[in-house]
Design a protein around this ligand. Structure first.
Ligand SMILES: [Zn+2]
Ligand SMILES: [Zn+2]
Ligand SMILES: [Zn+2]
Length: 413
C-alpha cells in the first residue's frame, strides 16, 4: 500500500497502481515531520511491550521496531503497564526473581477469574469483591510449601495502580457496579434501603470511570498514540456522569430541580462548548491548538472533580484513599503499595467490602447539595465535549464515537 498526502491536485491523477485506485483515508493523530516514519497500530496499545510483541508475532509474524517498542530502557508507559511489586513479610529478599515470576502468573489469573465471574457467570458482586480485594490488599501467596517445617514469610503481590490489569479492573468495576446498581433497583424498588445501596453503587461506578480517565490522561502525557483509548475513556465517563446527573431515580438524595436552570449553561472558564457549537473542533487549526484546548479542559475538570470526588467515593473504601483521580504524578516518586498500606491501616472495620455492601444505614446525604448535581452535570458535559474533540482527531467528524457523543449532548438541550 502506498500512503500519499491528500490534496486536491494529486487526488484524481491517474492512479499509480492502475485504474482501480482504492482510496482509503488515513488519519494522522499528530503532525508528521518531513521524512518521519509513519506507523500504524495493529494491537491494543494499552498492553505492555511483551504482550504487544507476543500478539503481533502470533497474528502477523513480525517483531515491531517502532520507537516505543525499540526504546532502551523501555519507556515509562511500558514500565508501569507491567509493574508489580513483591512485598515480603521479612526484609530478606532472596529469590526475588522466583517470586516475581510467580506474581506475573498469579495476578493475571486472579483478575481473569474475577472478570469472568461478572461476564461469564453473571455475578457482578463477586467480581467487584475480588477486584477490590486485589487492589486494596494485594494478592497473598499462601501456597508456599514449607518442607523444612519452618514458617516462611508470606509474600504479597501488588499491581501498580497503572498496571494494565489495574486499568482492566477499573473498566470492569465501573461496569459491574453499574450493573449491581441496576439489579438492586430492579429487585427491591420499593424499599428505601436498597435505593440507598444502589445510589452508593452508582457513585462508585462513576468514580471508577473517572479514575480510568485520569489514569489514561496521565499515560497519554507520555504516549500520544494512546489517544483513541483516551477519547473513549473520557466519552464514557462523560456519558455515565450525565446519565446519573439527569436521572430522577436519585431525586430524594439530590434535588433535580436545580438542573433545569443549567441546561443551557455555557462554561464561562473555557471555550470548549463554544468551539463545539461553531464546528471549529474539526478544523486543522483547532488540532494545532491541542495543548491549549487540553489545558483549558483539565483546568475546568480539575475544579469540578475537587467538588464531587468526595461525594462519589462515599461508599468505596478503595477509592476513598485516592485524593484526586486526575493526579497520578505522586506515583512517579512514591512507593505505590503505600497507597494500599494506608488503606489497610485506616481501620475500615476489618474488611474490603464493608464499606461497599454494608453501608446502607450510613447513607446520610453528606455533601448532597444541589451544587453537587450541577457539578456532576457540568463535569459530564466537559468530558463529553473533550471526548468529541479527541474523537474528531482520531476518527473524523462523522465517526461513530463523534456522533454518539453529539446525540447525548443534543438530547440535553
Ligand atoms: Zn511497536
Ligand atoms: Zn469549562
Ligand atoms: Zn451511602
Amino acid at each position: 500500500m502506498r500512503i500519499a498526502p491528500f490534496c486536491k491536485e494529486t487526488q484524481m491523477e491517474s492512479g499509480v497502481c492502475g485504474n482501480n485506485v482504492l482510496l482509503t483515508k488515513v488519519r494522522s493523530i499528530k503532525r508528521i515531520k518531513k521524512g518521519e516514519e509513519v506507523t500504524v497500530a495493529y494491537t491494543d496499545l494499552l498492553q505492555p511491550k511483551s504482550m504487544r510483541q507476543t500478539d503481533l508475532w502470533s497474528k502477523y509474524r513480525f517483531i515491531c521496531c517502532c520507537s516505543r517498542c525499540g526504546a532502551v530502557p523501555p519507556t515509562y508507559v511500558d514500565c508501569v503497564l507491567e509493574e508489580i511489586s513483591v512485598v515480603n513479610g521479612s526484609s530478606s529478599s532472596s529469590d526475588s526473581g522466583f517470586y516475581r515470576d510467580k506474581a506475573t502468573q498469579m495476578l493475571p489469573k486472579y483478575i481473569d477469574d474475577a472478570i469472568s465471574d461478572y461476564l461469564s457467570i453473571g455475578d457482578p458482586q463477586s467480581c467487584c469483591e475480588k477486584l477490590q480485594h486485589v487492589l486494596t490488599q494485594g494478592l497473598r501467596d499462601e501456597r508456599l510449601e514449607c518442607n523444612d517445617g519452618m514458617s516462611r514469610p508470606t509474600f504479597t503481590y501488588w499491581l501498580h495502580p497503572l498496571h494494565h490489569l489495574s486499568l482492566n479492573a477499573y473498566t470492569t468495576l465501573a461496569s459491574a457496579y453499574k450493573t449491581c446498581a441496576n439489579d438492586t433497583l430492579a429487585l427491591f424498588s420499593e424499599t428505601n434501603g436498597n435505593i440507598c445501596e444502589a445510589f452508593d453503587m452508582s457513585r462508585t461506578s462513576l468514580a471508577y470511570s473517572l479514575l480510568l480517565a485520569g489514569a489514561a490522561n496521565h499515560l497519554f502525557q507520555f504516549e500520544p498514540s494512546l489517544i483513541a483509548s483516551f477519547a473513549n475513556f473520557w466519552a464514557s465517563a462523560g456519558e455515565s456522569l450525565m446519565t446519573f446527573a439527569r436521572s430522577s431515580t436519585w431525586s430524594e438524595f439530590m434535588p433535580l430541580s436545580s438542573l433545569s436552570s443549567i441546561r443551557k449553561h455555557n462554561c464561562l472558564k473555557c471555550s470548549l462548548r463554544n468551539k463545539y457549537e461553531t464546528g471549529s473542533f474539526h478544523s486543522q487549526v483547532q488540532y494545532a491548538d491541542f495543548e491549549h484546548v487540553s489545558s483549558e479542559f483539565l483546568d475546568c475538570v480539575t475544579g469540578y472533580v475537587q467538588t464531587v470526588w468526595h461525594f462519589l467515593v462515599h461508599g468505596c473504601n478503595h477509592l476513598r484513599v485516592v485524593r484526586d483521580p486526575l493526579d497520578f504524578k505522586w506515583l512517579m516518586t512514591a512507593k505505590y503499595s503505600s497507597l494500599c498500606e494506608i488503606h489497610c491501616c485506616s481501620g475500615n472495620n476489618g474488611g474490603l467490602n464493608s464499606g461497599v455492601y454494608k453501608n446502607i444505614s450510613g447513607c446520610e446525604p453528606q455533601g448532597c447539595t444541589s451544587q453537587v448535581r450541577i457539578h456532576l452535570f457540568q463535569l459530564g458535559v466537559h468530558c463529553l465535549l473533550y471526548g468529541a474533540y479527541l474523537a474528531g482527531i482520531c476518527f473524523g467528524e462523522g465517526s461513530y464515537l463523534a456522533s454518539h457523543i453529539q446525540n447525548i449532548l443534543d438530547c440535553v438541550e
